[in-house]
Design a protein around this ligand. Structure first.
Ligand SMILES: [Mg+2]
Length: 281
């Protein structure tokens, strides 16, 4: 007799948010980049002719331009930066997505957002998409980079449940040696950010699927042990186990998410799949 698999194959789904839960064509990404460049010019007095190349280079090197600016020694307030960069985005381009909402709510596994974005932006996006109650929690900028000021309370908001920030000392311990200047900001795609997400959510990466539109984030997620899905592409990239052109295709690409779960956990949408599973078993 073959060995029995203990427990479900997958227990948790980690979702990137920007350009993963909504398409790049919404224009949020482009507007965000422009705002970052404006901030670099207006607040950090960086020479305009250098900004575009610098912005892209730091993004590539450090995961976010902000993390790169900090690594170079620029000093600015994180909240002020986020307010400037995310304060004027074309959120009106985003519409509620009831199809995705129904899909997410039918998925039996834990579902958690893992984004480099700040809390205010994450809440805005999830609310605009009508997905604010589809996730157990949100790992965002503030989760991985808690404010230095002592705060014992959870950063809970009325709309989105956020994981509490970890003590800074723990995160500093994770910053391993590297030749480039270190950034004090912890963010994807570093392996340390993946490890922090695993620890914060207490998931087994081998039973977790990580969805992201970024090739380098996917590569890092694979290195951390996750099953990986590149979103927004029709073919797999290095480190990706699956490719989804749209997050809406999740059921076609990963039907196993719904398999093997007790029928009591399944909603009406899954009734037929559950019966089929029972017959096969
Ligand atoms: Mg993204």
């Amino acid at each position: 007799m073959e060995a029995m698999v203990i427990g479900p194959k997958y227990e948790c789904l980690l979702f990137d948010m920007d350009d993963t839960l909504y398409p790049l064509s919404a224009g949020i990404n482009l507007a965000c980049r422009k705002n970052i460049q404006d901030y670099m010019r207006d607040h950090l007095q960086i020479e305009e002719s250098q900004i575009a190349e610098m912005c892209l280079g730091l993004y590539r090197e450090y995961g976010t331009t902000m993390a790169g600016l900090k690594a170079l020694g620029y000093e600015f307030d994180n909240d002020e930066f986020h307010a400037n960069v995310h304060g004027t985005l074309p959120y009106d381009n985003l519409r509620p997505d009831p199809v995705l909402r129904t899909l997410l709510l039918s998925i039996p596994q834990r579902k958690i957002i893992f984004t480099n974005s700040d809390k205010v932006h994450a809440e805005e996006i999830l609310c605009r998409l009508g997905l604010e109650d589809c996730f157990e929690g949100v790992i965002c900028f503030e989760t991985l980079n808690p404010p230095a000021a002592p705060s014992n309370g959870l950063s809970k908001s009325q709309d989105c449940m956020l994981f509490s920030g970890e003590p800074s000392s723990d995160l500093n311990d994770l910053n391993r040696s590297d030749l480039r200047p270190k950034s004090p900001i912890l963010c994807k795609p570093t392996i340390e950010s993946m490890e922090a997400a695993i620890r914060i959510t207490n998931v087994d990466p081998k039973k977790t699927i990580f969805f992201d539109d970024s090739i380098r984030n996917i590569a890092s997620g694979k290195a951390a042990g996750f099953h990986t899905v590149i979103v927004g592409r029709s073919s797999v990239v290095r480190g990706a186990d699956h490719a989804l052109e749209s997050i809406h295709n999740i059921k076609e690409a990963l039907p196993e998410l719904w398999e093997g779960h007790d029928r009591s956990e399944s909603d009406a949408v899954l009734a037929s799949a559950a019966v089929e599973t029972a017959v096969v078993a």
